[in-house]
Design a protein around this ligand. Sequence first.
Ligand code: IMP
Length: 213
Amino acid sequence: MLTPLKEYRNSDLKKGKRFNQILLATKNPGKVREFQKYFSELNIKILKLDDVLGRIEEPEESGKTFEENAIIKVLYYSEKTELPVISEDSGLVIPSLGGFPGIYSSRIGKDDGERISKILEKLKGKDKPERKACFVSVIALAQSGKLIKTFKGKVCGYISEKPQGNNGFGYDPVFYYSKIRKTFAQIPSEVKNKFSHRGRAIKKLLKYLEKIN
Ligand code: IMP
């Protein structure tokens, strides 16, 4: 059982020790693109796993929550470098399906197409209230094997009847966001970032980094 530290005060990230690069510990190119969009506006460079640690094996995501998995990933990678590291665990939660696919979002099929078909099949014939779905993102920040803080973001919408749009990744083509009356795959990433779970978690992270950096 993991006990996340609420705040890691004695880290090198404390006030007065500025840093200008962070390792983003993910192999998901869709996530990398979304993070880079945000950090490109700051003076912090996002480094990728390949650039820093080469072809490193991924840790087993054995946690029971997004937060536990984000922490498992960030601690694993941050033990291998002195750079500050961020990792993210995210997924789609469908309340009428008991939270499915949740932390298993990337594992319920061999590719995005198969994963989307699986949830459309489960929701076949179901009305709007049962099609409610939320994306959840938890970002964890650590340095030298010590957890500093986690940041959460969430956005809710509905699962559409069929996939629409070619932008984004994962479940974006079936995630219909009522506010803009489009799926996340029908809008440019700048717009998605404004509303998305990841965008919301990243904003909290950036606010924190600005404070301590
Ligand atoms: P993770 O890499 O274990 O965090 O897996 C996250 C999975 O959740 C992804 O592979 C997608 O299937 C899904 N997911 C997370 N965020 C998004 C998003 O912004 N759009 C679409 N699908 C997402």
